[in-house]
Design a protein around this ligand. Structure first.
Ligand SMILES: C[S@@+](CC[C@H](N)C(=O)[O-])C[C@H]1O[C@@H](n2cnc3c(N)ncnc32)[C@H](O)[C@@H]1O
Length: 195
């Protein structure tokens, strides 16, 4: 639920992001967080589901994690976020605590290519928001943690179409998935695992 602590933390992260962009801080040092409307969309996706298990690849400072965490808090569930940048990890922990979501959101520190294979869980939703060149390999790794009916959401497929157009085409051509590009903000590829 979007209580005062969640709202205040999201608002602050949005102000910090806008300020860093205005000052021309290099992308690698910024949060690179999703747009607020994408956050609201992710929240609406998980809030109606009971016991929703979310895997997030690319946690950054926790902005999208907070939207997911606030969403799954309604009917139960957990968010597991993977992040390897030590500065982002520290900020993630501060922000999740500030939002009051430590009981719901967990962080696995390290390179997702090393940490993900060792995670012994099954997830309902995977949010793919790491480096664009890695989406294909991360998708294949994440797929081993899913059962039919699971949803994989990949961000930036329209903003980085030159890199991620191939990702969308591959998902849409795969008969074991139903996949569609949702033209919200930077573009989200929605892929439901059929079998
Ligand atoms: C676009 S940002 C994520 C933004 C975040 N989802 C949000 O909306 O608040 C991408 C993040 O993925 C992290 N990342 C990239 N490759 C990674 C990897 N192989 N393992 C773990 N984290 C990775 C980066 O350090 C960065 O913080």
């Amino acid at each position: 639920m979007l209580d005062d602590r969640v709202r205040a933390t999201l608002d602050r992260l949005e102000r910090e992001d806008a300020d860093e962009r205005a000052r021309g801080v290099p992308a690698a040092e910024r949060a690179r967080q999703v747009a607020r409307t994408t956050g609201q969309f992710l929240f609406s996706l998980v809030a109606p589901q009971a016991d929703c298990e979310v895997l997030e690849l690319g946690g950054s400072r926790g902005y999208s994690t907070i939207w997911f965490g606030a969403g799954v808090r309604h009917l139960g569930g957990r968010v597991l976020s993977l992040e390897h940048d030590p500065r982002k990890i520290a900020a993630w922990r501060t922000n999740i605590a500030g939002a009051g979501l430590e009981e719901i959101c967990g962080l696995v520190e390290g390179d997702a290519f090393e940490t993900l294979p060792a995670i012994d869980d099954v997830f309902d939703i995977v949010f793919l928001d790491a480096e664009k060149d890695d989406y294909e390999r991360l998708f294949e790794l994440a797929r081993t943690k899913l059962e039919p009916g699971a949803l994989i959401v990949a961000d930036n497929v329209l903003s980085h179409e030159e890199t991620l157009g191939a990702y969308s085409r591959a998902r849409q051509a795969d008969p074991t998935l139903e996949s569609v590009t949702v033209p919200l903000d930077r573009g989200l590829e929605f892929s439901v695992l059929l079998r």
